[in-house]
Design a protein around this ligand. Structure first.
Ligand SMILES: Nc1nc2c(c(=O)[nH]1)N=C([C@H](O)[C@H](O)COP(=O)(O)OP(=O)(O)OP(=O)(O)O)CN2
Ligand SMILES: [Zn+2]
Length: 127
């Protein structure tokens, strides 16, 4: 079995949302300090001995999360039509990160999105 390295970086953003059709108080405007864990897997190291520089992953995660920072998520695509649940936000962040970071030897393998200190969702596309 080939070697596999899993790298994880953590970033955060603050944003507000309302959950449409939610039968409870989350249907009212409220905010979260979201924590995003971006997980990247690689099977090879470069000549420095890195799978991928943490800085590269951090920059991508910060820039993409930054677009959601201090925003009302329901006003942003794709959350004008997709409910901004933790599940949908995690899937969105996964797709954006994969688009930016995936190469022949590096793949975004999972995104874990913490909505509160006690609840998170992990999104991946593993079989
Ligand atoms: N599966 C999901 N469940 C919930 C989501 C979600 O995105 N996916 N979102 C919410 C709300 O956004 C809500 O703001 C979170 O509330 P809650 O988990 O109840 O957090 P609290 O810290 O306010 O509640 P405690 O009960 O004190 O932990 C709800 N569910
Ligand atoms: Zn919420």
């Amino acid at each position: 079995m080939p070697a596999k390295y899993t790298l994880t970086v953590l970033t955060d953003f603050a944003s507000a949302h309302t959950l449409r059709d939610y039968p409870g108080d989350c249907s009212r405007l409220h905010g979260h300090n979201w924590k995003l864990e971006a997980e990247v897997q690689a099977t090879a190291l470069d000549k420095v001995g890195m799978a991928v520089d943490f800085k590269v992953i951090k920059r991508a995660a910060r820039e993409i999360a930054g677009e959601l920072d201090h925003r009302y998520l329901n006003e942003l695509e794709p959350f004008t039509r997709l409910n901004p649940t933790a599940e949908h936000i995690a899937a969105y962040l996964f797709a954006r990160l994969a688009e930016r970071l995936n190469t022949e030897s590096v793949r975004v393998s999972a995104v874990t999105l913490w909505e509160t200190e006690r609840a998170c969702v992990r999104y991946s596309e593993e079989a």
